[in-house]
Design a binder for this molecule. Structure first.
Ligand SMILES: Nc1ncnc2c1ncn2[C@@H]1O[C@H](COP(=O)(O)OP(=O)(O)OP(=O)(O)O)[C@@H](O)[C@H]1O
Ligand SMILES: [Mg+2]
Length: 236
């Protein structure tokens, strides 16, 4: 079993390195496509007819989307390949920082956010910031059009030293059959025209939790909000 585990870790590492190199190298030709697209638009706009201009716009938009996909992929692979350090992290502070990042959308949507006493854990602060940024960002983004977002972040700790943190929203939710699928790379349930995003956020959350020897799962029902649950071990 130990040998199998080692093999798997090696394959994972190779895959991560491949992802990193491939996405890095894909950026260069893409940069040219978008640069020449821009030149075509500024210099030759007048010589194109309406449909020519439409094709050009679509080409520029697609290259922009590909740029976002590639940088998401790079961000994802970096979490796997970079060595991280752990320290005492107060999750209350992390959540407060993230809420400050989202100050504008929170005001605009009149969101109500309830945070109850969160734990101090042994973790990497940057990755914890990324984790809560993705989860709170999703809770705000996938809200229902006609009602203000209500987000509850709370935690409980148990005798066996485990900690559970939940992030609950009252948004659009999703069918429970997709609860695992959404943690996959580029997996999205909602169209890119409806909600912005590349579908990398939750796969990053999953990877961050793996790095912390923990786990994250989702629970939801379509139209009834979602709950994301984080499991961690308290090590001091
Ligand atoms: N709180 C939520 N409520 C409803 N659906 C959600 C929620 N969080 C995630 N999802 C669904 O899971 C999908 C994957 O989420 P994820 O955060 O990985 O990607 P994203 O938000 O689409 O893009 P990104 O985070 O890369 O900007 C989303 O597209 C959405 O369909
Ligand atoms: Mg997201």
């Amino acid at each position: 079993l130990a040998e199998e585990k080692e093999k798997l870790a090696e394959t994972n590492k190779e895959l991560e390195e491949f992802t990193y190199i491939a996405s890095h190298d894909l950026q260069e030709p893409l940069r040219k496509i978008s640069a020449f697209g821009d030149i075509l638009k500024t210099k030759y706009e007048k010589s194109l007819d309406a449909s020519g201009l439409d094709y050009l716009e679509r080409m520029i938009n697609s290259s922009l989307r590909m740029k976002n996909l590639i940088s998401s992929l790079l961000m994802y692979s970096r979490i796997g390949t970079k060595a991280i350090t752990f320290e005492k992290v107060d999750i209350n502070n992390i959540v407060a920082e993230v809420l400050l990042d989202f100050e504008i959308p929170i005001k605009q949507t009149n969101a109500k956010i309830e945070v109850s006493n969160l734990p101090v854990i042994n973790a990497n602060p940057l990755q914890m910031h990324q984790l809560f940024q993705n989860l709170i960002g999703n809770a705000l983004k996938y809200s229902k059009k006609d009602i203000c977002p209500e987000i509850k972040i709370s935690s409980s700790s148990h005798i066996d030293n485990s900690i559970i943190i939940t992030i609950q929203d009252n948004g659009i939710g999703f069918d429970e059959q997709y609860a695992e699928k959404i943690f996959g790379v580029f997996q999205r349930l909602h169209g890119k025209n409806e909600y912005e995003g590349t579908g990398i956020g939750l796969s990053i959350c999953r990877k961050i939790m793996e790095k912390h020897n923990g786990h994250i799962i989702a629970y939801s029902k379509a139209g009834e909000g979602s709950t994301f649950t984080i499991f961690l071990l308290k090590t001091f």
